[in-house]
Design a protein around this ligand. Structure first.
Ligand code: NAP
Length: 485
């Protein structure tokens, strides 16, 4: 296959696959998808921990142009989502575009040639006119900086790198972290382990998960004309109403908080345990979690919740802030991902030798999360400030994919070789964005989350309704861009 593709997509998760499908539909066939792993799927390939499922309903967490009436549940498990992605690749004939085992290690813009050099870990270089980065925000595991971590003698692994060779049956297991991933695998470990100790730093807000299996009859109904679309639309608008508390005023979160509080009261009768599990920040400040089996797992006799903080890890034990030493055989880190630093650590060199770290010295930012001044024809999918707390990011990806195609059409129409967002347009967009975010729950909710960078600035979430983002990215404003001929 050519090492001079017209366009290069990095990553084969929902973003990369969605981009590839829409490129083909728009008549662009000269592209490759570089994937570091040996298989496609991104998040849904990497995260194989027990209980892994999506916490957004499947009929919404899928492409709008590729509805799947056959989803087995409202919230489908990881394997089924991965199968769905593979089915999309097959249906749209994307296989010839994949290059597996190609970890992108550097991107460099050539000012004279007006193209990009894409270097991969195996020493190959691709020369390409445009790049779409679909690497996602949540893929570099973050391990906690706990003294002695490397001294631990037993198996220890991160939720996104689950070691399936370790049988947890009958073992004393420690889980560090109580985020979106941990609350899914803790109930599964609790069933098997001799003893499970869950180390919680900050309690999450958890609401009931309206999950159920879709019966064969319901699936038949879903196949009727318009049924799957109607269900998707209904889910979209239900989720979108949740945006009110996120985008308008954190005080509107009170209803959400009442739902979560009632869920906790119902599922955890012990007042002492309940107190430990009650958050002291506004709901939504961290991701709102959904689970019906996490709290019950914590009430089991073989499970302890430790909230005193981990101070040290020793050869066979974990020490908490009270000096208590808990002997364990296995440690599972459910400690999340490096988010803003993962984007910022990439080796990307744009116009006139501009490094992405220089461009982003005050924090990562882009125009609608997609383009960044000084880096022509480089498009980010799920880039800065396009994450969500209330709806499906696949919707955001689709808006972005459409925007990228509109940019390519602008290039074709004008005969320009590249487009570079004007610094003024990017500045004005981000000033307004930060002004809006300032008063919202992620900043004002009284918690510390991965949505904020080390300066406390929100670099990850979109502050509005998703239909606002869709409407504002429907057409490229040519005046926001410098066209390079
Ligand atoms: P996360 O939500 O960032 O949770 C990490 C957990 O580890 C938090 O409880 C955190 O505590 C704790 N932690 C981090 N460093 C620690 C340390 N040094 N000592 C003690 N505890 C520490 O990570 P995640 O659960 O992997 O989820 C990340 C994101 O992935 C989610 O927000 C979500 O967007 C996505 N996700 C989605 C799904 C889905 O179903 N769609 C499922 C899983 C994940 P603090 O709260 O105190 O920081």
């Amino acid at each position: 296959m050519s090492t001079r593709p017209g366009l290069t997509i990095i990553g084969s998760g929902f973003a990369g696959i969605g981009m590839a499908i829409k490129l083909k539909e728009a008549g662009y066939h000269d592209f490759v998808i570089l994937e570091k792993a040996s298989d496609l799927g991104g998040t849904w390939r990497d995260n194989t921990y027990p209980g892994c499922a999506c916490d957004v309903p499947s009929h919404m967490y899928s492409f709008s142009f590729e509805l799947n009436p056959g989803w087995s549940r409202m919230f489908s498990p990881q394997t089924e989502i991965w199968d769905y992605m593979r089915a999309c690749v097959e249906k749209y004939g994307l296989a010839p575009h994949f290059r597996f085992g190609k970890e992108v290690v550097g991107l460099e813009y050539d000012d004279a040639a007006r193209n990009w050099q894409v270097g991969t870990g195996d020493g190959e270089t691709f020369t390409t006119n445009a790049i779409v980065s679909g690497i996602g925000a949540l893929h570099v595991p973050s391990y906690p900086q706990i003294p002695g971590r490397e001294r631990f003698r037993g198996p220890a692994f991160h939720s996104a790198e689950w070691d399936h060779s370790v049988d947890l049956t009958g073992k004393r297991v420690a889980v560090i972290g109580t985020g979106a991933s941990a609350i899914q695998f803790v109930p599964r470990i609790a069933e098997r382990a001799a003893h499970l100790t869950v180390f919680q730093r900050t309690p999450p807000w958890i609401q009931p998960k309206p999950d159920f299996a879709l019966s064969p009859r319901m699936k038949r109904v879903m196949r009727l004309p318009g049924a799957a679309r109607t269900l998707r639309n209904a889910i979209y608008w239900v989720l979108e109403t949740r945006a009110l508390g996120f985008t308008v005023d954190p005080r509107l979160m009170k209803v959400q908080e009442a739902v979560a509080r009632r869920h906790l009261e119902r599922q955890v009768p012990d007042p002492e345990l309940r107190a430990k599990l009650t958050p002291d920040y506004t709901i939504g400040c961290k991701r709102i979690l959904l689970s019906n089996d996490y709290y019950p797992a914590l009430t089991r006799d073989n499970v302890d919740l430790v909230t005193d903080g981990v101070t040290e890890i020793r050869e066979n034990s974990i020490v908490d802030a009270t000096g208590g030493e808990i002997e364990v055989d296995v440690i599972v880190y459910g400690t999340g991902f490096k988010v803003t630093d993962a984007l910022n650590e990439q080796r990307i060199i744009g116009r006139n030798g501009l490094k992405i770290q220089e461009a982003w010295q005050n924090g990562i930012e882009a125009y609608y999360g997609i383009t960044t001044a000084g880096f022509p024809n480089l498009f980010f999918l799920l880039g800065p400030n396009t994450g969500l707390g209330h709806n499906s990011v696949v919707f955001m990806i689709e808006s972005q994919v459409k925007y990228v195609i509109d940019c390519l059409r602008l290039l074709s129409r004008t005969g320009a070789r590249a487009l570079d967002v004007r610094p003024g347009a990017q500045r004005a967009f981000n000033d307004r964005l930060q002004e809006r975010l300032h008063a919202l729950v992620w900043n004002e909710g009284g918690c510390r989350s991965w949505y904020l960078d080390e300066h406390g600035v929100n670099r990850t979430t979109w502050p509005g309704f998703t239909f606002e983002y869709w409407a504002r990215t429907r057409r490229v404003r040519p005046e926001a861009y410098e066209l390079i001929h």
